[in-house]
Design a protein around this ligand. Structure first.
Ligand code: ADP
Ligand code: NA
Length: 328
């Protein structure tokens, strides 16, 4: 039996945080064992909001490659590449855009939400490419005939749309593409230091590439049980954001932390010092790998170049079929 095929991408925003790691990247590292994986740094998608600031792209792309490699993504077993370097993404996006009704795009919930958000900030980025984001995403996936797409909850409508576009293409011309299936990520949401979902838009993140001292500094700021003012007050781990971090990074001491908090034997300051040290240990391998790749930018470039070459071969074969099916 042949392995299933995965496509997944991330925008090179330059602000990769621990939530992104636990919610997406760590899952990819597991998936690489069971699937044939195409992982793409989707710089074209980043243009939908960053078209005024393309100067920062090369550095952000390099950092994203470091993020991925340091997490343990294997550049031999996976195809790791920059989206814009494989021109077939541009080409298929254009062709699929011809057969995608506007009404399908306008009803995508993330489109409506983002539009409202950005409108409130007085930003006019309701561009053609912004609306067409899910069409580009569809092209990304089907170019490799990926059958499985790991997604977060908010991406489900995009994948539904991708399936509709695929059905339309296959019906109009010839069944070239498999319908991709969403694989919902089971990772819990990581809170930020203020207790809300960790997100680059809230400024509450702990950067994935944070040094041990930066980790210690950020962890010191994590909110705890607001009712617990003095060390002698008993605390409630159920409402403590630091405790949620302990659940993820310090599972082996969880019972002791829980009891110590409820019985006021551990103060919040010490509790978070302990947490920070556990996180430093937990992320140590990542830092070692990151330093190794960071010291060798030519090797990183080579990996991305090699990945694009391999991606291009698969993409070109698909486009051959697409052009034939469409009589182009
Ligand atoms: P942000 O909210 O910082 O803008 P993105 O929306 O770019 O992050 O998310 C990129 C990926 O990381 C998605 O797969 C998303 O589900 C995941 N992710 C983002 N924030 C978190 C979080 N706090 N906990 C778990 N996963 C997250
Ligand atoms: Na987000």
């Amino acid at each position: 039996m042949s392995k299933g095929r995965i496509f997944s991408g991330m925008q090179p925003s330059g602000k990769f945080h621990l939530g992104n790691y636990l919610g997406a990247l760590e899952n990819w590292v597991r998936l690489q064992n069971d699937y044939e994986c195409f992982f793409s740094i989707v710089d074209l998608h980043a243009l939908t909001s960053k078209f005024e600031d393309t100067g920062s792209l090369p550095e952000n792309i390099h950092h994203m490659a470091l993020d991925w490699l340091s997490a343990g993504l294997d550049p031999e077993r996976n195809i790791i590449f920059i989206q814009s370097q494989v021109k077939e993404h541009h080409e298929l996006h254009l062709l699929l855009s011809m057969m995608t009704p506007l009404s399908w795009l306008e009803r995508v919930p993330t489109y409506k939400d983002k539009l409202q958000q950005l409108g409130a900030q007085g930003k006019d980025i309701n561009t053609y490419g912004f609306l067409g984001y899910p069409v580009l995403m569809t092209a990304d996936i089907v170019l490799y005939k990926a059958d499985t797409v790991p997604v977060g909850e908010d991406q489900i409508p995009h994948l539904e749309l991708a399936r509709e576009i695929v059905r339309r293409f296959n019906h109009l011309y010839r069944p070239v593409f498999p319908e991709p299936l969403a694989q919902l990520s089971k990772a819990p949401l990581l809170p930020g230091i203020d207790g809300r979902k960790m997100s680059k838009s809230y400024g509450n993140e702990i950067p994935y590439a944070a040094s041990p001292d930066e980790i210690r500094g950020r962890v010191r700021l994590i909110v705890t049980d607001p009712q617990r003012v003095k060390k002698s007050d008993p605390g409630n781990p159920a409402v403590c954001t630091a405790y949620k971090f302990h659940e993820i990074f310090n599972a082996s001491q969880l019972d002791a932390i829980n009891a110590g908090c409820r019985q006021a034997n551990i103060g919040c300051v010490d509790c978070k010092k302990n947490l920070a040290e556990q996180m430093v240990v937990h992320l140590a391998d990542i830092h070692v790998r990151r330093d190794k790749y960071a010291a060798n930018p030519a090797r990183v470039k080579e990996i991305l170049f090699y990945g694009a070459e391999r991606a291009r071969k698969v993409a070109a074969a698909t486009m051959e079929e697409v052009r034939q099916a469409m009589h182009l």
